[in-house]
Design a protein around this ligand. Structure first.
Ligand SMILES: Cc1ncc(COP(=O)(O)O)c(C=O)c1O
Length: 411
């Protein structure tokens, strides 16, 4: 809250910062809503000023690939929410991941990644970076011994990378534990915080060095844009801006999308509270149903890392992973039987979405990799939206009843 004081001694709360941080209407003609700077380039007052800007002798805007005032406000707000020094807005989550890792890694360097990652992040590491001479190693980060072993076995480990809760099966990883192991090995810890958002957990406060977001999801929150973000120490963020964003990816977030994400942030805390409340109700409904064989939701007492999730996260989030008796066939029939819940990948939207990771978001893992890494072919992933929970519950119940009826007919 550098621009407007609250009159309170404590640091303003998350929603207050999400709504006000870094903006004073008095500086923009009293406009309540920050303007969208739709510009690709910036006029220099003189030729000398332009040269000084390029040499870094003067701060200011040069060209829209690397900096824009609407993005700058978003970057400041995200940094404030995550408890980091600086933020960087990018065109997508994959843009953020690739810009960061291409900046930080060179041929011969090592990385250790968790076994469960979003499908394209997994592909970026195992099918992408490996082509450029990076030593990519996998470990199960829920087992600190396995991680310590890989850290010791690899050569120069620069990065330790994971998601928590992980996509798609919601495994929760102890951020402080992993960050301390990585630190002892001289590696940076990068955490994808997309599922939790800064409302539910702040990895930087637990020892991580860089936080990644797909802003396409909860931060935007309305299923109408793609965006990504990084938050960390200023020097690290400026390195990624100058190399990964400017020269290696050009993955620039449009000013209009920066504006839409700023709008999304204003309701992030309210939305995360409702997503979490509804998801718990739906997870309990699924857990009670005789045709459901397994439910993974960090807020359920049956969740293997329930205690860790409670310690690490403020609430349990909006995603549920579950399996039906009757396997893939039953899963597909259930998805096809839904009327209100929408069959779609992505998550964090107002609409409740369901998808089948093995054939959709995680089809980048081979069948053998999915088996070895513990991504069951039967798994369904539900992103609980913001509708009325009675309607969601009724839709899920009727789709499960449809399976019962089909089973009865077959039997
Ligand atoms: C956890 C996670 N990280 C990163 C990404 C990539 O983000 P984007 O689709 O914005 O490129 C996704 C997309 O689904 C994701 O779920």
């Amino acid at each position: 809250m550098d621009k407007r004081a609250t009159g309170r001694n404590a640091e303003p709360g998350l929603s207050t910062r999400a709504i006000h941080h870094g903006y004073d209407p008095a500086e923009e003609h009293g406009a309540l809503t920050p303007p969208i700077f739709m510009t690709s380039t910036y006029a220099f007052e003189s030729a000398e000023e332009g040269s000084e800007l390029f040499r870094g002798e003067r701060a200011g805007y040069i060209y829209g690939r690397t900096r824009n005032p609407t993005q700058a406000l978003l970057e400041a707000r995200l940094a404030s929410l995550e408890g980091g020094e600086a933020g960087l807005a990018l065109a997508s989550g994959m843009g953020a991941i690739s810009a960061a890792l291409w900046t930080l890694l060179s041929a011969g360097d090592g990385v250790v990644i968790d076994r469960i990652l979003y499908g394209n992040t997994f592909a970026f590491f195992t099918k992408g970076l490996t082509r450029f001479g990076v030593d990519v190693r996998l470990a199960d980060f829920t087992d600190p011994q396995a991680l310590a072993h890989e850290l010791a076995a690899a050569g120069k480990v620069k990065i330790v990378y994971f998601e928590t809760p992980a996509n798609p099966n919601l495994r929760v990883i102890d951020i402080a534990r992993v960050a301390s192991l990585a630190k002892s090995a001289g590696a940076l810890t990068i955490v994808d915080n997309t599922f939790a958002t800064p409302i539910l957990q702040n990895p930087l406060n637990l020892g991580a060095d860089l936080v990644v977001h797909s802003a396409t999801k909860y931060l935007g929150g309305h299923g109408d844009l793609l965006g990504g973000a990084l938050v960390g120490a200023s020097a690290l963020i400026e390195r990624i801006r100058g190399t990964g964003l400017r020269a290696l990816t050009g993955a620039t977030l449009s000013p209009l999308n920066a504006f839409l994400i700023l709008r999304g942030l204003k309701t992030l805390e309210v939305r995360m509270e409702r997503h979490s409340r509804l998801a718990l109700q739906i997870a309990e409904q699924l857990e009670r149903h005789p045709l459901v064989s397994r439910v993974a939701y960090p807020g359920l007492k049956s969740f293997p890392q329930y205690e860790l999730a409670r310690r690490q996260m403020r609430q349990s989030g909006g995603l549920i992973a579950f399996e039906l008796k009757g396997g893939v066939e039953a899963g597909m029939a259930f998805m096809n039987g839904l009327k209100l819940v929408t069959r779609a990948v992505s998550l964090g939207d107002a609409e409740t979405l369901v998808q089948h990771p093995a054939s959709m978001t995680h089809a980048t893992y081979s069948a053998d990799e999915r088996k070895r890494h513990g991504i069951s072919d039967n798994l369904l992933r539900l992103s609980v939206g913001l509708e009325n929970v009675e309607d969601l519950a009724a839709d899920i119940a009727q789709a499960l009843d449809g399976l019962h009826a089909a089973k009865g007919r077959a039997g």
